[in-house]
Design a protein around this ligand. Structure first.
Ligand SMILES: Cc1cc2nc3c(=O)[nH]c(=O)nc-3n(C[C@H](O)[C@H](O)[C@H](O)COP(=O)(O)O)c2cc1C
Length: 377
């Protein structure tokens, strides 16, 4: 058994791994999967550094990048300064965040850091088409980049054309079957079907129901199934419902290489599949993350309604930075999917990859299918 995706990218197994951590991305690509670097938390200058590093640490294997092309992007946010924020963000929202930080005694950032954190955020994360297009200029110079995923909405036409000129396949993510049309019309090459269980931004339709519909709508484009994949037998299920491979995120958060702090790992290993929640509190769009006092506060009755993207991220960015630095136990949360319930201890990327591959092979054999993926390093 093989899939078009395995052949197209010369993979050992049809496993794509989204991560904000370059070590995870490189280790997955080296093992024979496709590591994909999330770029929303870094500036373009940092992205250049990461791509240079990945070129040197992927043993000549392919890897990918993930960008955010928000379809509702507004150019006026590009010029926003820290002094303008009050014009865009209601007083009640700012007070809500300040009160929470005070109640949980989260230390302030050191003097001078507020402005730096804000500037870095604005340069790195405001997801207008213009900033995302500029960011892609850094990517085109790296020929080992073979896929570019667009997290929210289809990328603009010029980006798709440039990607194709550089031999980069474009991936569109969907949470509903009807979103496939938009991506197909835009000219993307691969569709990711991201279901309810998934960590990060996700829709309301469960993968088992979503993927067969996306496969049908996407035809003849290949589909990757995303959401909840932690075990090899789930990859077999994804193939059975018509996907050519899987797109994963949460499973890598428990690895030694991941960017997750010891506290986040502790929370992940203690969590059951009922301990994550889809909340708008991080970006304004529903995203699944670990439950915590921070998430609960936003979901509580009387809490302000999260602002539309990108204002919610601008509102909470400094608080998230403070929580990241000072790790207040009750508040700390992290994007993660329902698959956390199957993750119990720290391991490493290569072991996770081989476990996925081995259980996939065993499952397919148990079903009477022979798996003939090329075995990785
Ligand atoms: C910590 C974390 C951060 C994420 N950030 C992004 C992102 O910036 N862009 C994106 O396209 N997807 C992001 N995702 C979603 C993943 O691309 C993927 O769809 C999801 O993790 C798949 O579901 P799973 O987590 O159950 O494996 C993120 C997921 C996690 C766990």
């Amino acid at each position: 058994m093989t899939t078009g995706i395995i052949k197209r990218f010369g993979l050992a197994a049809p496993i794509f791994a989204f991560s904000h951590c370059r070590d995870v991305v490189a280790a997955v690509s080296r093992a024979g999967g496709m590591g994909v670097l999330g770029t929303t938390h870094i500036t373009t200058a940092q992205l250049e550094v990461e791509l240079d590093w990945l070129d040197r640490h992927t043993d000549g294997k392919s890897y990918g990048v993930d960008l955010m092309f928000a379809s509702n992007a507004r150019p006026e946010f590009e010029a926003m300064t820290i002094d303008d924020v009050d014009r865009f963000i209601p007083e009640a929202h700012r007070k809500f965040v300040d009160d929470l930080m005070k109640r949980y005694e989260v230390p302030e950032l050191p003097p001078g850091e507020r402005e730096r954190v804000f500037q870095e955020y604005m340069r790195g994360m405001v997801r207008t088409h213009k900033t995302a297009e500029e960011r892609m200029e850094a990517v085109y110079g790296h020929p080992r980049v073979k896929v570019m995923a667009s997290a929210l909405g289809a990328p603009p036409q010029p980006v798709i054309e440039r990607c194709h000129e550089h031999g980069i396949a474009v991936i569109g993510m969907v949470g509903r079957p009807r979103h496939v049309r938009r991506h197909k019309d835009a000219g993307v090459d691969i569709i990711v079907s991201a279901g309810y269980e998934a960590g990060g931004h996700t829709g309301e339709i469960a993968t088992m129901v979503l993927t067969p519909q996306v496969v049908e709508a996407a035809d003849p484009l290949p589909v990757l199934h995303a959401g909840g994949i932690v075990r090899g037998r789930q990859i077999a299920a994804a193939l059975a419902v018509g996907a050519q491979g899987v797109w994963t995120g949460t499973v890598w958060l428990g690895t030694r290489e991941a960017e997750t702090t010891p506290l986040v790992k502790e929370k992940i290993f203690a969590a059951t599949s009922a301990d994550t929640l889809r909340s708008r509190c991080g970006t304004g769009h529903p995203a699944r993350r670990l439950c915590s006092a921070w998430v609960d506060a936003w979901e509580a009755e009387g809490a302000p309604k999260p602002l539309p993207m990108p204002l919610q991220s601008i509102l909470v960015n400094e608080a998230l930075e403070r929580m990241d630095r000072y790790q207040p136990k009750a508040l700390v949360s992290y994007p993660a999917g329902q698959g956390v319930g199957m993750m119990h201890e720290q391991t490493d990327v290569r072991s996770v990859f081989l476990d996925l591959l081995t259980e996939l092979g065993e499952t397919l054999e148990g079903l009477g299918v022979t798996f003939e993926g090329l075995v990785g390093e």
